[in-house]
Structure formats: C-alpha cells, structure tokens
Design a protein around this ligand. Structure first.
Ligand SMILES: [Zn+2]
Length: 161
C-alpha cells in the first residue's frame, strides 16, 4: 500500500460520509507499519460535535483500538488539507506524517477559516522536525469531491458560515 492506495481509501470514506445524513464528505485513514488502524469521515452534525472532523474521529478511533493515546510513527491521510485543530491533534497524537489530497486553493474558500496563511504552513514552520506534511496526493481527484474555488454557492448552502 502506498500513499496513492491509501488516499483512495480515504476518498471512499469521504464518499461514504457524503451519503450519510449528518455526516460530511471528508475522509481520513490512519496507517502504521502497513496496517490500517482506523478510517472515518466528518461526523460534526451527526454527533452534534464541532470537533468531530474526519481526522479527529479517526484519531479517536485508532487510539481506542490500540488502547493508547499515542499513535507514534503513524501516517494520517486526509482528503482535504487539514485545519489547525486536526493538525495540532496529530502532533499531540505523535503522528509522524500527514498526507492530504486537495489543497486549499483547489476548493471553495468556504471550507477554510484561514485568512493569510495555512495552518499547515504554520505547523511546518513552528514545530520541531517530528511531523512532516505532504499535500496534493491525488489532489485533483480529491478536489472533485468538493465545491470548486470558482463555483457560486448560495449563502444558505455554505458550510462553515
Ligand atoms: Zn479539522
């Protein structure tokens, strides 16, 4: 299993989330030593939990499975560039790599609260060299899961408002 194979699994999670009422089309997979520890999708509205982003759901699931609060050396895959909360949670979970698909500029601005710079840039800049971030893995394919940067989205249909 390489990054591409696993990103395809994350995309399958995203599609599953997209079909499930109250869930959302962002998918995540956590892998360590070739073993899939957990998979998940965004469950914010399903759980009435603003922190239930795909990455948080999957980190919790992986930790529960291992009975541990440490995912040392694991890689977290996400279909969309992770937000600040999920990037930081990955650091606390000792995730070694974050690999994401669609980058911020490939999707509609409504998905991101950031103004001038990306939290992933901050993470890369601000923290010791113990986590690496790789974006754009199947980026164009992952971007198709989301509203495009130039599409017109009525106010009522926007996420993150
Ligand atoms: Zn997030």
């Amino acid at each position: 299993m390489d990054d591409i194979d696993i990103m395809r699994r994350a995309m399958a999670q995203a599609r599953q989330g997209d079909r499930k009422p109250g869930a959302n089309g962002i998918g995540c997979v956590i892998v360590r030593n070739g073993e899939i520890l957990a998979e998940g999708f965004n469950e914010v509205d399903l759980r009435h939990d603003p922190t239930a982003h795909a990455e948080m759901v999957t980190i919790r699931r992986a930790c529960e499975k291992l009975g541990a609060s440490d995912l040392r050396d694991a890689t977290l895959y996400s279909t969309l560039q992770p937000c600040g909360m999920c990037s930081m949670a990955s650091i606390w979970a000792k995730v070694r790599r974050i690999v994401y698909g669609a980058e911020r500029h490939q999707v509609h601005e409504m998905y991101f609260e950031n103004k001038h710079f990306n939290t992933t840039d901050f993470i890369t800049d601000a923290f010791k060299d113990d986590i690496s971030l790789v974006g754009g893995v199947l980026g164009a394919e992952c971007a198709k899961l989301y509203v495009g940067p130039d599409e017109d989205v009525p106010e009522a249909e926007r996420v993150n408002t």
